[in-house]
Ligand binder design. Structure first.
Ligand SMILES: [Zn+2]
Length: 393
């Protein structure tokens, strides 16, 4: 009997991916259906559905669930869900599709068939309402708001049968593990209390410290990378992965860390997104999610600890997974150690602070990055990456 946390909703995992042996026939059949193109966020959501990360969803949401998730973080079946998962379509194309009709969902960039959806509902949403509720702003300078406001006006709802996981299983071989697979790995390790540490960046010492706090109080740690489309200027996944690999190899006890990644695309919805990130980590088998400063935030749209507070504002029992809320971490030259404001009594000038912008400047100028900020092995990998960028520029 598994001692792992139950999937969200309390049932079993619901991966929507058709078994491999049945896919070729279904793709041929899908060729004959009306094709609806997906933007990159929708493709990511489809792959999350395919792998079972969005259990218990069975497809893209209808109007009642869209509204319930936007305003009350709850679907019509009473299950907690903090961000609507929807599929948008241009009005003229939507007009040609009948209720009950099957459509082929295709990658809007490549045209490759990804899934078949049975359309149960067509509806128009109030995009400003979604943005106000989910992002707490309607400012289109916010990258998540921009995408919602730019999406076409009609949403198509209905159950989905996924036929592809795109390039992810090949591109991220050894990292692309579905929820059923991470659960099997946790069980094989005898873990039941597992923390997820999400990252879309290389891990510096502050991240290492967060991860190790989690390991101190759990059986093991899942370092879980965001593999979906990133913001310009983010470190590419392969560079990030090799930096994280070298950190884990040199500074973590063997058998305490499992690495994986999933195809989620960041919405930068701050606190609401922290809840979604927790929800799907529960599906991966995690009991805890490390939530640091400004989790899933962007710019100055959210307070640094809004993502901590929101876990207290949701109804009890909404999620089984719990946040590990940790303050800003830093190296203190007086403590001669990593610390937070809870454990270091000294003042700001004793503490090492390097902003992301300053760090990029240091790499660009080949300045020495302090080893109190980042491990030598990680600095070397990042310096080589930035040197290559400079040559290419
Ligand atoms: Zn100190």
């Amino acid at each position: 009997m598994s001692t792992l946390v139950r999937p969200h909703g309390g049932g079993s995992l619901k991966p929507l991916l058709l078994p491999r042996t049945e896919r070729a026939d279904e793709v041929r059949r899908a060729e004959t259906l009306t094709k609806v193109p997906l933007v990159s966020r929708e493709v990511s959501d489809l792959f999350m559905l395919a792998m079972g990360a969005y259990t218990p969803l069975e497809g893209f949401m209808g109007e009642e669930d869209w509204r319930g998730c936007s305003t009350d973080m709850m679907m019509s079946n009473g299950i907690f869900w903090p961000i609507p998962i929807t599929l948008s379509c241009h009005a003229d194309l939507a007009g040609s599709i009948g209720i009950g009709e099957e459509i082929a969902l295709v990658d809007g960039t490549s045209g490759v068939i990804l899934a078949v959806q049975t359309v149960t509902e067509k509806y128009t949403i109030d995009r400003e309402l979604e943005c106000r509720e989910v992002f707490r702003t309607t400012d289109t300078a916010h990258p998540g708001v921009y995408k919602v406001m730019a999406q076409p006006p009609v949403n198509l709802a209905g159950p989905v049968i996924a036929l592809s996981e795109g390039h992810y299983p090949d591109t991220y071989k050894g990292l692309y593990h579905r929820p059923a697979e991470t659960r099997a790995m946790f069980e094989a390790n005898g873990w039941s209390k597992v923390a997820a540490f999400q990252t879309r960046n290389p891990m510096h010492r502050s991240h290492e410290y967060l991860a190790k706090i989690a390991i101190e109080i759990c059986d093991g740690l899942l370092i879980h990378q965001v593999l979906g489309a990133l913001k310009p200027g983010d470190i590419p996944a392969d560079v990030r992965s090799s930096a994280i690999d070298s950190l884990v190899r040199n500074y973590f006890v063997p058998g305490t860390v499992i690495q994986a990644g999933c195809p989620i695309e960041m919405r930068y919805a701050g606190p609401r997104e922290a809840l979604l990130h927790a929800l799907f980590r529960q599906n991966f088998g995690c009991t805890h999610l490390v939530v640091g400063r400004d989790h899933a935030g962007v710019g100055n749209y959210y307070g640094p600890f809004d993502a901590h507070h929101i876990f207290d504002a949701i109804p009890p029992g909404s999620l089984e997974i719990q946040p590990l809320r940790i303050d800003i971490t830093f190296f203190c030259y007086k403590c001669k150690a990593m610390a937070t404001r809870k454990t270091c009594p000294h003042s700001a000038e004793d503490r090492l602070a390097v902003s992301g912008t300053r760090l990029r400047e240091m790499f660009a100028g080949r300045e020495a990055v302090p080893e109190e900020f980042s491990r030598r092995e990680v600095i070397d990998i990042l310096q080589a990456y930035y040197d290559g960028q400079m040559q290419g520029a």
